[in-house]
Design a protein around this ligand. Sequence first.
Ligand code: AHR
Length: 509
Amino acid sequence: MKKFLALLSLLFFTAFASGQVRVAVHEAEDGPVIPKEIYGQFSEHLGRCIYDGIWVGPGSAIPNINGYRLDVLEALRALGVPVLRWPGGCFADEYHWQDGIGPRETRPRMINSNWGGTLEDNSFGTHEFLDLCEMLGAEPYISGNVGSGTVEELAKWVEYMTAKDGTQAERRAANGRKEPWKVKFLGIGNESWGCGGEMTPEFYADQYRRYATYCRNFDGNHLYKVASGASDYDYNWTKVLMEKVGRRADAVSLHYYTVTNWNHKGSATDFTDGEYYDIIAKALEVEEVLRNHEVIMDTYDPERRIDLLLDEWGTWFDVEPGTNPGHLFQQNSMRDAIVAAMSLNIFNKHTYRLKMANIAQIVNVLQSMVLTQGDKMLLTPTYHVFRMYRGHQDAVAVPVAFACDTLQAPSGRLYPTLSISASRSADGKLLVTLVNPRLDSAQAVTLVLDALRPKTAAGEILCTSDIRAHNTFAQPQQVAPKPFGDIRLSGRNVSLTLPPASVVSVTLQ
Ligand code: AHR
């Protein structure tokens, strides 16, 4: 039945014959730098993201360093996590930071009402998070409590983390950390239109102004303040923030999840080809959503001094059978890899306004980088994409131009059958990342460079015969990148063929 439905759904597609696509790569031109924060991550006290996923405690039998599980730490270090958002999400607006400092045995316990009613023992708090960031070499991005907190509470948190002297600094030192941390990114609330307090944009804008006023810069630490932004298509929210908050904020945020039906999100691994195309089409709609928010921001801020941060994005499917519905634990297939790769290619081209994106979430929640089970850990297909794209971090964006076929998904959404972005790193290497989302045909591509006549090409490919393929704890290498050698160099031309449903990275020198 599933096969029949899959075939039927394919009949809905209007695809043109896919010939050779010539791609003009203007490597001699300089686009904006792709901030490394576009490859950012998000970690929430939700399900097994923090506990089990990152933190097992110093007494755990799972190999750890001071309570952080070693396997996850190593995997994340290899990924190069530039920025990590914490402690939520919805959890942030119920989080009281003072519960998470001092001796762990005496920290208060609370019910995590947003996420499955789990008991939160606060054993992972401010010190544990900021130390983790230092170990990863990641910038911390603190999400402050506006929904159920107070101005004083948030102001003191900033002081506790970043001031050299005074009562908060003394408390911090008594808890084992003399030197202040550097904390740049500070979110003033999260989803304040929903789980962050059900506010109107006008009310939130006033709250933002109050909270932001008292979050001070101490001892050379300079805060970059983020106003809690819109969900998806709520353009009015952005408009009101631009009008009423304006340059009091360094950035406004945006959340966009790839979900085609919130009541029936569907399985992460058991889906038809038609459902695959619908998910890809919905994921790619982020470009239109970004553009619409950017146009509003351009109206109020033509000099682009206020940034846009997509600080939550990714796929959201049904939880794995038998797991707590509030823990959002989902598998991750080759389909997720295609979503990640095409989304990142879009983000790379919007960095004139988009300065950060944080995929939700780093471990064991939604579109994760790694999954854990007891002492086992696996790398997801999405992890591999982030690793293959790592060279784009802080590289100069290189414009690409091409015309390709268009597909129509069963939902009616149209989208291109090829996705490409390119960048040049400080050492002169040109990284081109390409995606062929079609399940039924390969795509021949010729990159035509402006001036460079590359002498060497190194390629990697992520591709499986079944788009539903995913890594399990029994078979953790089902989806893994392989070297991709079939790249033909001829003067300024670079030719390759992308197999169906593949992600390819090519480094040229
Ligand atoms: O990432 C899961 C949740 O999605 C976050 O807590 C919230 O901000 C969003 O609705």
